[in-house]
Design a binder for this molecule. Structure first.
Ligand SMILES: Cc1cc2nc3c(=O)[nH]c(=O)nc-3n(C[C@H](O)[C@H](O)[C@H](O)COP(=O)(O)OP(=O)(O)OC[C@H]3O[C@@H](n4cnc5c(N)ncnc54)[C@H](O)[C@@H]3O)c2cc1C
Ligand code: HEM
Length: 401
């Protein structure tokens, strides 16, 4: 049990962590990968290069140190991280490795200021957080195996079909290789996939939202090919899926996780997406359509061009079928194809002819600046922050609510 004195010592390091948090976690990751290189197969090495994961961990450690008197307030954050951890099969024994390197990194970065008392305080604090997190994750693993078709860890799946949806996005229909059922996901959830990359000589995991409502048989993921102006920096796994994965191949898949899900409500549901950010929202919309829900539904989507735009036919079909569904599409560049409910430019809610019903539930997904813009515009249009839900396709770095 952490003492009051130890809590004070940990809290006193918050200003230092604020200044040096990212440097500390950067140092920590370098140290951990040097001593435990096998963990390179567990982490997204792309996120290590762009620094996103270091920032996410630094922010989590800071939030913990800040709230050491009442860690319960962190439960929503612990839940979101826990979902990511269980989707990557992180187990309690991993916390020992992370603890060893995090505490050593604190000692190395703080230098002579790192007294034995301070380090002991951090050790007690870290293992208290580790117990809280791995305890919560144990309950998530239990929930998974308690479900029909559920499993914990990795399970081989067969790519039964590979369907091109647009110039950028291709869908993969994943069926369990063992012929069993799949656990029902909550629309909006993601799976992790793990593939071996000969280029790195490593296994690499990535998350992909399930882009259909639950059906008991398969998961569909829809992957955007991430290209860069320098071909050496093209996205590793998305290009591997597009170029190297064929029908009949096997990939390891973890069971559905994630806290960005359709809320239980009767209010209108407004889905706002940019590019491939539409995948979790397509699953939510399909669920509402399948359930025959009479809720007012609004689909607002932005795409670079009509050619890059995926699932347009599907959403148009739903729009024809369901009078309570309206769709608005924005194209950055459409060469004169902007007519009817199509708009030109970035998604701009203020341009919508019928305006926005502020008393609705809003679901946002897309690039970080897209989410920020739509979130702030919704607030200006009088929407209550608690009715806006969003997900980033990477370590969660926005703290808008
Ligand atoms: C919850 C969640 C759900 C997701 N759902 C989907 C989904 O439904 N569909 C989907 O397509 N994606 C989704 N993603 C994103 C997906 O997980 C991957 O992040 C994405 O496919 C890119 O992975 P990659 O391996 O191709 O790119 P990485 O190799 O990881 O690179 C990431 C990006 O950085 C660029 N890059 C790489 N190295 C450098 C460098 N040195 N300097 C500058 N830039 C660099 C790459 O070009 C690329 O754009 C989701 C992510 C999360 C967290
Ligand atoms: C107290 C300890 C820990 C804290 C505070 C912590 C915090 C975090 C945070 C904030 C994220 C980002 C979540 C998101 O936004 O999606 C994350 C992701 C992750 N964590 Fe942890 N974590 C801890 C322990 C561990 C352990 C023990 C491991 C395993 C060795 C681990 C492996 C990972 C991996 C692989 C990811 C995903 C990284 C990525 O996608 O780049 N974490 N963690």
């Amino acid at each position: 049990m952490i003492t009051q004195e130890q809590k004070s010592l940990v809290k006193a390091t918050v200003p230092f962590l604020r200044e040096n948090g990212v440097a500390l976690t950067d140092h920590f990751y370098k140290r951990m990968f040097k001593h435990n290189p096998e963990l390179k197969n567990v982490f997204n090495m792309g996120n290590q290069q762009n620094g996103k994961q270091q920032t996410a961990l630094a922010m989590a450690v800071l939030a913990y140190a800040d709230n050491i008197d009442n860690p319960a307030v962190l439960m929503p954050v612990v839940d979101g991280i826990g979902h990511k951890h269980v989707s990557l099969s992180i187990r309690p024994e991993h916390y020992l490795i992370v603890g060893e390197h995090l505490l050593a990194a604190i000692a190395e970065v703080v230098g002579s200021g790192a007294t034995a008392k301070l380090l002991k305080a951090w050790e007690v604090a870290y293992f208290q957080l580790a117990d809280l997190m791995s305890g919560h994750e144990a309950s998530l693993y239990r929930d998974k195996i308690g479900q029909v078709g559920g499993w914990s860890g990795w399970r081989p799946f067969l790519v039964k079909s590979k369907i091109i949806e647009s110039t950028e996005i291709t869908s993969f229909y994943l069926y369990p290789a063992d012929g069993g059922a799949v656990a029902e996901h909550k629309p909006g959830q993601y799976i992790s996939v793990k593939v071996f990359l000969p280029k790195l000589n490593l296994f690499q995991p990535r998350q992909y939202s399930i882009s259909t409502a639950p059906n008991g048989k398969y998961y569909r993921i829809s992957v955007k090919k991430e290209l860069s102006s320098d071909p050496n920096l093209n996205g590793m796994i998305s290009n591997y899926f597009h170029d190297d994965i064929s029908e009949g191949d096997l990939v390891d898949v973890s069971s559905p996780s994630g806290v960005f899900t359709l809320k239980d409500s009767d209010r209108p549901a407004v889905f706002i997406s940019g590019g491939v950010g539409q995948t979790p929202l397509i699953a939510m919309m399909e669920q509402l359509i399948n359930s025959g829900s009479m809720r007012e539904k609004v689909w607002i989507h932005g795409s670079k061009t009509p050619e890059a735009h995926a699932f347009n036919k599907q959403v148009s079909h739903w729009t024809n079928q369901d009078q309570a569904l309206k769709k608005y599409i924005f194209y950055n560049s459409a060469d004169g194809q902007v007519t009817g409910d199509h708009y030109s430019g970035w998604v701009e809610l203020k341009q919508l002819k019928k305006g926005i019903n502020a008393d609705a539930d809003f679901y946002l997904c897309g690039p970080k600046p897209f989410i920020e813009k739509q979130y702030n515009d919704l607030l200006q249009l009088g929407v209550n922050a608690s009715n806006i839900h969003y997900e980033e396709f990477g370590p969660q770095s926005l703290q808008l609510n």
